[in-house]
Ligand binder design. Structure first.
Ligand code: SF4
Length: 304
């Protein structure tokens, strides 16, 4: 038997299950074994219970990891999600970054797509304790294994998964992942179970719990309705916060014609009305003006 000297040498960290040696080559996530970050800064455009609101908002201590195991063709963070842009970082520096964000007043540490660097992220979080006292949020695509979710839950108080696609045909078309819903549905159920019901502090900032986010895609609002039906059947309606996002922005010319426009008011209102009719206890909605490019921060290596 060959002894592996790196946890990335036969990588099966995500449902793509490539098995590649990331010390030698890139996996489907676009990443080698070098930890690449593209930004670590206070971010003010997450949900109010994550970033805060008003002029005294603390902001969320957001750490953007380069690369992504899902790789949607319409990615709103496409500059970094292909894994090519970022600064090489060590585990020790990542620990310092967490503590620096806390010192800047961040309400939480917000890990954006950390799963393909899981061994480094867990080690860095472990080293940051007990100095790190703010909640840790895992902001991910929903395309995670249950094992990865359980490992992250050792340190994460908050899960913020996307729930992207219901139909296997839609997920295959846009992310080459026919199994997206089959993978994401148990992973997200486990996140909700492990995080527990939403718990807020006196300033209405989330301390623990799950925010399930759904970006409604132009031309596919019926897929969104199916996802909502599943959520209503599968999970207690007061066990998570639902965040319905209208901010889809067509950054790149897509070969799929429906993706080359913003979401219509009709599509967004239909999804929100369905969610309300299903009776979820916590629903965040977005202003239609949210479909602006400034919701995506500059990936300028700030804070790394
Ligand atoms: S994390 Fe990357 S290399 Fe590892 S299995 Fe997933 S896509 Fe493949």
């Amino acid at each position: 038997m060959i002894k592996l000297t790196s946890p990335y040498q036969h990588c099966t960290l995500c449902p793509r299950n490539c098995g590649v040696d990331r010390t030698q080559t890139r996996g489907r996530c676009g990443c080698t074994d070098t930890l690449l970050l593209s930004r670590a800064a206070l971010h003010f455009w997450e949900e109010p219970c994550i970033s805060g609101t008003g002029k005294d908002a603390p902001g969320s201590g957001t750490v953007f990891f380069s690369g992504c195991s899902l790789g949607c063709c319409f990615c709103q963070n496409h500059e970094i999600s292909r894994g090519a842009v970022g600064k090489a970082t060590t585990q020790a520096r990542l620990t310092e970054i967490f503590l620096e964000l806390q010192a800047k007043g961040a309400a939480n540490i917000n890990l954006v797509t950390p799963d393909h660097y899981l061994p480094d992220v867990l080690a860095a979080l472990s080293a940051a304790r007990p100095g790190l006292r703010i909640p840790v949020a895992c902001n991910c695509s929903g395309y995670e294994t249950v094992e990865t979710v359980r490992a992250l839950a050792e340190h994460a108080n908050i899960f913020m998964p996307d729930l992207k696609f219901f139909s296997p045909d839609v997920s295959e078309k846009f992310a080459r992942a026919k199994d997206y819903f089959a993978v994401a549905s148990p992973a997200i159920s486990e996140m909700v179970r492990l995080a527990g019901p939403p718990r807020f502090d006196d300033n209405e900032m989330l301390q623990s719990g799950a925010i399930i986010r759904h970006l409604i895609l132009p031309g596919h609002h019926k897929d969104s309705l199916q996802l909502l039906n599943w959520l209503a059947e599968a999970l207690p309606k007061d066990s998570f916060i639902l965040s319905l996002m209208s901010q889809y922005t067509p950054y790149l010319q897509s070969p799929y014609a429906e993706l080359n426009r913003k979401l219509s008011s009709y599509e967004y209102k239909a999804v929100v009305a369905h969610a309300e009719a299903l009776g979820f206890a916590y629903i965040y909605t977005q202003q239609r003006t949210a479909a602006k490019e400034e919701y995506t921060p500059p990936f300028d290596l700030e804070g790394i």
